[in-house]
Design a binder for this molecule. Structure first.
Ligand SMILES: O=P(O)(O)OC[C@H]1O[C@H](OP(=O)(O)OP(=O)(O)O)[C@H](O)[C@@H]1O
Ligand SMILES: O=c1cc[nH]c(=O)[nH]1
Ligand SMILES: [Mg+2]
Length: 209
């Protein structure tokens, strides 16, 4: 099943803190990055290893394990995805960053694209798409379509909170993509917000609420 709900106690504890009404911008931002880091740990747990010979501290030649195969590009969806970026890069510091700018029209809930800048060799890389919220799934599907149009074939999605409606739509459109989330919440309200959710994650990360 390409949906992975990460029930690790640290993940659940941190997400619980984020749900508190009146959380400060500073705390929300810190926790977004910490969860981005922990979700990256989970989403990379099947990366392949290969042996490398090195000279150890004692002068012996020893075999160590190093990650094999494709390199990573992290793909934050503006704006809110930026709030997870430092945490994700903390575990994959050599990754290149590809940026997608989308906002959700508040009336129609349709994604409106306004920016894209992909790394040149994106067809050779594993993409880790990051956004705190997967609500109707429109923004994520639009991003996955853009990535595939640029030849990217190996894609994983990291979100803090997902709605069942959005997960179903994303997996119907892109069944090859694995979604890693800290929570699969109850439902969307009449304005397309996730319940219980986090509220407007972009506003909370940037302090614009
Ligand atoms: O699944 P969907 O229904 O498409 O909604 C989710 C999108 O909405 C939010 O972004 P928003 O449009 O608020 O932009 P922002 O990050 O600039 O605040 C969120 O960060 C996702 O990108
Ligand atoms: O609940 C939601 C839905 C979309 N965007 C958000 O920031 N929060
Ligand atoms: Mg927003």
């Amino acid at each position: 099943m390409p949906l992975h709900v990460i029930n690790h106690p640290l993940v659940q504890h941190k997400l619980g803190l984020m749900r508190e009404a009146g959380i400060s911008t500073k705390s929300f931002r810190e926790l977004s990055n910490e969860l981005g880091n922990l979700l990256t740990y989970e989403a990379t747990s099947d990366f392949e290893l290969e042996p490398h010979a090195i000279t150890s501290w004692s002068g012996d030649t020893i075999e160590v394990q190093q990650i094999k195969g494709k390199k990573v590009t992290v793909v934050p969806i503006l704006r809110a995805g930026i709030g997870m970026l430092d945490g994700v890069l903390g575990l994959v510091p050599s990754a290149k960053v590809s940026v997608v700018g989308l906002y959700r029209n508040e009336e129609t809930l349709e994604p409106v694209p306004y920016f894209e800048k992909f790394v040149g060799d994106i067809d050779q890389r594993i993409a880790l798409v990051i956004d705190p919220m997967l609500a109707t799934g429109g923004s994520m599907i639009a991003t996955l379509n853009m990535l595939k149009q640029h030849g990217c074939e190996s894609i994983r999605v990291l979100v803090l909170v997902a709605a069942p409606e959005g997960v179903e739509k994303v997996l119907a459109a892109h069944p090859d993509v694995h979604i890693y989330t800290a929570a699969l919440d109850s439902h969307l309200n009449e304005h397309g917000y996730i319940i219980p959710g986090l509220g407007d994650a972009g506003d909370k990360i940037f302090g614009t609420r």
